[in-house]
Design a protein around this ligand. Structure first.
Ligand code: DGL
Length: 276
């Protein structure tokens, strides 16, 4: 029986669209609902409690729209809210629903990308301070050295479409320098925020040779494909019409103007009304 439900994809704002783009390319047959909580973005500097409350509200909203499976396409939400949702909320309130994040699938493969066994992880303050990456990477590659760098100005620059303008150069260089000064052996830099792929042109232009930049979008799409292969009980609940819907808690016009630089296609969003 196919009940025609959708896969939910969530981010604090636009960043998750970089992940959704890869997922939709790799698994075009499924129906999807993307939700960006643009009204309350960025999440990166908020407290644990606030990020948890915001993320839970959005996940429950996606459940109400008929998504039995939600991907947190946001490192900050994955770092701060995923475990509590998986361990406390789902078993009690939604035993047939699943929520997956982006940190574990990335940590599972990261060791393949470094010869010197030293990786740089650039993320929001929330992601970096949570220590989720060093802890998860350690489970799969205990020999890896993980060097972290918080980049609090990058998401605001990207959300405001200022990231490719000359004014952004200072902050791009600053955080890259700060990271590389911490360890000369870094040969792979993980962009551990789903907004950051938009900075790749600027980063590539100043990156010393021998260092690879790694985004997460394809890693997460591969991991979702594998998850669905291993969970036929979930697949039978999903619709196969290839439908895509986009919702924002913020301004719809602004979302539609801005979203294509992340998603690579024009989109028409609908309004998601927050409870408070
Ligand atoms: N795309 C989110 C992430 O991956 C951005 C976080 C934010 O809103 O600050 O962490």
């Amino acid at each position: 029986m196919n009940t025609g439900q959708s896969i939910g994809v969530f981010d604090s704002g636009y960043g998750g669209l970089t992940v959704f783009k890869s997922i939709a390319r790799q698994l075009p047959q499924y129906n999807y609902i993307y939700l960006g909580d643009n009204a309350r973005s960025p999440y990166g500097d908020h407290s644990f409690e606030t990020i948890y409350q915001y993320t839970l509200e959005c996940v429950e909203w996606l459940f109400e729209q008929g998504c039995p499976l939600v991907i947190l396409a946001c490192n900050t939400a994955s770092a701060k809210a995923l475990r509590s949702i998986q361990q406390k909320v789902l078993p009690l309130k939604y035993p047939n629903h699943r929520v997956l994040g982006v940190i574990r699938p990335t940590a599972e493969v990261l060791g393949q990308f470094t010869n010197k066994k030293t990786v740089g992880v650039m993320g929001t303050r929330g992601t970096v301070n949570s220590l989720s990456y060093p802890m998860e990477i350690n489970k799969f590659f205990p020999e890896l050295k993980v060097v972290q760098q918080a980049c609090p100005m990058w998401v605001p620059l990207i959300e405001n479409n200022e990231h490719l303008n000359p004014g952004a150069d200072y902050f791009v260089q600053k955080y890259l320098d700060e990271l590389l000064e911490k360890d000369a052996d870094i040969d792979c830099i993980l962009l551990a925020c789903t907004h950051y792929p938009l900075l790749i042109p600027k980063l590539q232009a100043i990156l010393p040779s021998g260092i690879e930049l790694l985004g997460q979008a394809d890693i997460v799409a591969n991991s979702l494909e594998l998850y669905l292969e291993n969970h036929p009980e979930m697949v039978v609940r999903l619709g196969l019409q290839g439908k895509r819907q986009f919702f924002t808690s913020g301004d719809r016009q602004a979302f539609d103007q801005h979203a294509n630089i992340f998603f690579g296609e024009e989109v028409q969003s609908e309004q998601m009304h927050l409870k408070c």
